[in-house]
Design a protein around this ligand. Structure first.
Ligand SMILES: [Zn+2]
Length: 511
């Protein structure tokens, strides 16, 4: 996936944080015994969750458990309106709190009482409830809104993609701001109900399962409903709206499958189907390596020709741009996006700095698939990848373990990221390596993780000190020396059969 936002957002971020964090200190009051005690007045919730790359993403002071997103959308005008009901628990005494959101807000209610709201910074909606919120209190926040997401810009950017026949709400990390108010950081996951009314004849696909079939509404409209019952990071919730052929099935393990293919794909359609229809097989193979599949449904969405150019691991159902099918079927991108269901979706970054935990692992899954398919061993793909970046290439200057906010989706995070995992595998041996992967997904299931926690787990299971390996491969600029590559320097490695497909997939995924 790729990020297109510019540094302008970061500048706004600091201003917002600086303004919003200036809450008054507690007031000292005398007690009956004459000793002062501190009575803390309710404070404003923080406008961010302290992410080291995106400090104003997400908000402090509450924890969301569920989003009920009920919308109405018209492809002809790109007008999106509706109501999101947020169920949350206050984690502090709050005088006010923020949501991340961009569309025009008509009203906000907190526990039934009308609340006032205003905007701040690049994407903050500041909500001041009529009554002070106390720590531990259950909050029902109802936001009514209306807007044209394709014309709602941060700088010159929108994360919403309007197409000829509808729209895609698919992006990373900025996606939610254009369609539902949220606590927009992977640290605060929640379950989702998404329902959208569209003109009859238009399809809507989202995460999870359909709790009820599409329902006819007045005015020749149809309401589509989707539900995901697993904790979901806000950027992994999605909508695809337009003209789609929907294919439903059940896996041998009993999971519902929903695949959808844009009718605009034309001659690309068969290659898309020959790739995405293998999702259940690929997920089953990945389950044998990464541990039990964490979610309640599977599938994939082949987006329209005028939609996104990348693919994203939207939870239970990745969305793919059309470019992956131009050279025929490509199962490598299906392997990549579904590997993210474990690495990224179930176990999410605790801070965006840890993006290697997503992209390095999803990329290495492709190398394992190459090995499985007899199209080149992981060692052969490693050797070829290593040799394809000369020592003086700028590629080696980007640190996969800390690439910087502007390089979250750099080649190095993917390719050097996968190389790092291969070096770990060589260092600890296959037995330990294939014990570490499912242990990681089990220990952090539905939660978050950091690179430091992964290193600690790998050291615990292998019994080795891996500090030098992690420091060299993730945190040190320059091309690391590798014995096998030096040995082969005289005769450059042959191109693995899988290379063209992996290269094609990464050319579109990386940025
Ligand atoms: Zn990825």
């Amino acid at each position: 996936m790729r990020r297109v936002l510019t540094a302008a957002t970061a500048a706004l971020t600091l201003t917002t944080a600086g303004t919003m964090l200036t809450g008054g200190p507690g007031q000292a009051a005398p007690t009956a015994w004459g000793r002062p005690t501190v009575t803390l007045a309710p404070q404003p919730g923080a406008p961010g969750l302290g992410d080291s790359y995106f400090p104003d993403y997400g908000n402090g002071g509450y924890d969301v458990s569920h989003y009920d997103v009920r919308l109405r959308y018209d492809p002809a005008t790109d007008r999106l309106s509706g109501t999101t009901t947020i169920l949350a628990t206050a984690t502090e005494d709050l005088s006010r709190f923020n949501l991340d959101f961009l569309l025009d807000v008509e009203s906000v209610r907190v526990n039934g009482w009308a609340a006032s709201s205003s905007t701040a910074g690049a994407h903050e909606l500041v909500v001041t409830p009529a009554r002070t919120v106390t720590r531990g209190q259950q909050l029902t926040i109802v936001v009514r809104y209306d807007g044209i997401p394709s014309e709602t810009l941060v700088g010159d950017y929108t994360g919403w993609t309007r197409t000829d026949d509808g729209a895609l709400a698919v992006n990373e990390p900025e996606s939610a701001w254009w369609w539902f108010p949220s606590n927009d950081h992977p640290l605060d996951k929640a379950t989702f109900d998404v329902s959208v009314s569209v003109p009859t004849g238009v399809e809507v696909i989202s995460n999870g399962v359909q709790p009820r079939p599409p329902l006819a509404e007045a005015g020749n409209r149809t309401r589509w409903s989707w539900r995901t019952t697993s904790p979901t990071a806000t950027y992994l919730a999605f909508m695809a709206i337009g003209q789609y052929d929907i294919v439903t099935d059940t896996t041998p393990s009993g999971q519902p499958v929903v695949n959808a293919y844009s009718t605009s794909l034309g001659a690309l359609g068969p290659a898309a189907r020959a790739s995405i229809e293998r999702t259940a097989e690929i997920v089953d193979w990945e389950s044998g390596i990464f541990g039990p599949y964490p979610f309640e449904a599977q599938g994939g969405v082949a987006g329209p020709v005028d939609g996104i150019s990348f693919a994203l691991e939207t939870q239970t159902r990745p969305v793919y741009g059309p470019g992956f099918w131009r050279r025929g079927a490509n199962t490598y991108v299906v392997v990549h996006e579904n590997a993210h269901q474990w690495f990224g979706d179930s176990v999410s970054v605790a801070d965006w700095r840890n993006i290697w935990l997503n992209e390095g692992f999803a990329s290495y899954a492709e190398w394992l698939w190459s090995e499985e398919q007899g199209e080149g061993t992981a060692q052969e793909v490693f050797d070829f990848t290593y040799a394809s970046y000369p020592a003086d290439s700028g590629f080696w200057q980007v640190l996969p373990g800390d690439p910087g906010a502007d390089r979250v989706f750099d080649d190095a995070v993917y390719d050097r990221g996968a190389m790092t995992l291969h070096q770990l595998r060589l260092a600890v041996g296959d037995d330990a390596f294939f014990e570490i992967l499912p242990a990681w997904t089990a220990e952090h299931r539905y939660g978050n993780g950091t690179i430091e926690q992964f290193q600690a787990l790998a050291e615990r299971i292998s019994g080795l000190d891996l500090d030098e390996l992690f420091t060299t491969w993730l945190f040190t600029a320059g091309r690391p020396d590798v014995a096998s590559a030096a040995r082969k320097a005289a005769s450059p490695p042959a191109e693995p059969k899988s290379w063209a497909k992996i290269r094609e997939a990464h050319r579109l995924l990386e940025h």
